[in-house]
Design a protein around this ligand. Structure first.
Ligand SMILES: Cc1cc2nc3c(=O)[nH]c(=O)nc-3n(C[C@H](O)[C@H](O)[C@H](O)COP(=O)(O)OP(=O)(O)OC[C@H]3O[C@@H](n4cnc5c(N)ncnc54)[C@H](O)[C@@H]3O)c2cc1C
Length: 281
């Protein structure tokens, strides 16, 4: 799983399936439902940690479902496996404003939606018009409009086993150069404030009400703290960096340390944002 996650950590999965079409995805979901078999969807793996023992069961990777198209009414429709880089680059090229905030939120459209990814000013819930999901028992995708979607902070409530197949985003026409310029400014801000050129899994903890997890971890004196090759980023304390040979167990021990130190010193019980999958070795 190290090859499918941005921390480059994690043991073997029993099986990785890459459906080439919606029909193949429906067939895979029908199979895992009928057996039943444990299964997990991985997008870009930018907010996922896989334990060192790997994954018993099936990993569904949607990299082949990655079509992006611009509709006549100003929306962008993207399949779940389309990457953040492709979607935002095409928006800039076609002069479509609305998704500039997401330019540096790495991952896939499926991960963006399930995580309600965003920044302080804007999240996916503000730009999504509808999504399509496949349910384990259904052969055809179900369309859910924005009114039917229950987005929360870095989460979306979906029916059990639902896999996001595509999303439709509302955008508006704009000068391509201006869209590009706003994206450049977002990326520039990130380069100053996050360890973007390192192996990381994004924010480890959700920000507690009225505060920032990074501020609390830094105030607990943990910036730069290490377990093995896992390090609390010296740039932003809510990021853990793999300095090269970190194991998932190192990262998880560091997360536990940050959690318990912040709880002990400030009484704040930080909630994880990153998703942890798999088995102990
Ligand atoms: C340097 C860096 C900066 C980041 N900055 C931000 C930021 O500013 N804001 C922010 O919100 N996040 C940020 N993140 C976290 C990450 O980019 C987002 O959470 C992103 O949405 C993850 O997408 P992914 O495809 O990689 O998801 P994954 O990590 O692959 O998956 C995340 C969860 O979504 C589920 N999932 C993925 N695809 C589907 C699907 N098609 N159907 C059903 N379930 C699915 C997975 O099972 C998993 O539970 C950052 C990460 C990094 C490394």
């Amino acid at each position: 799983m190290a090859r499918l996650t941005s921390l480059r950590i994690g043991g073997l999965a029993d099986v990785v399936v890459r459906p080439e079409s919606r029909e193949e995805l429906a067939a895979v979901l029908a199979l895992v439902e009928a057996r039943p078999l444990p299964h997990y969807v991985v997008g870009g793996g930018f907010n996922t940690i896989v334990r060192d023992g790997g994954i018993r069961g099936l990993v569904v990777h949607l990299g082949a479902l990655r079509a992006v198209r611009f509709t006549g009414d100003g929306s962008v429709e993207a399949e779940a496996g389309a990457t953040h880089a492709t979607v935002t680059r095409l928006c800039a090229e076609h002069g479509r404003a609305g998704l500039e905030f997401a330019v540096g939120i790495p991952g896939t459209v499926g991960g963006w939606i399930v995580m309600n990814a965003g920044i302080v000013e804007r999240e996916m819930k503000d730009v999504v018009e509808s999504i399509e999901v496949l349910l384990p028992e259904g052969r055809n995708p179900l369309q859910l409009s924005r009114d039917e979607l229950r987005f929360r902070y870095r989460a979306l409530d979906l029916p059990r086993g639902a896999v996001v197949v595509s999303a439709r985003f509302r955008t508006s026409p704009d000068d391509p150069a201006e869209v590009q310029e706003r994206m450049r400014a977002h990326l520039e801000h990130r380069r100053r404030t996050q360890p973007v050129d390192r192996l990381t899994c994004g924010s480890v903890f959700k920000n507690p009400e009225g505060d920032h997890a990074g501020r609390l971890i830094e105030a607990a004196g943990l910036k730069g703290a290490r377990v093995g090759d896992a390090e609390i980023s010296t740039v932003h304390a809510n990021f853990i960096v793999n300095r090269g040979r970190a194991a998932a167990s190192d990262v998880l021990r560091l997360i536990e340390r940050a959690h318990s130190e912040v709880l002990r010193r400030f009484g704040v019980d930080l909630e994880p944002e990153v998703h942890v999958l798999g088995e102990e070795p």
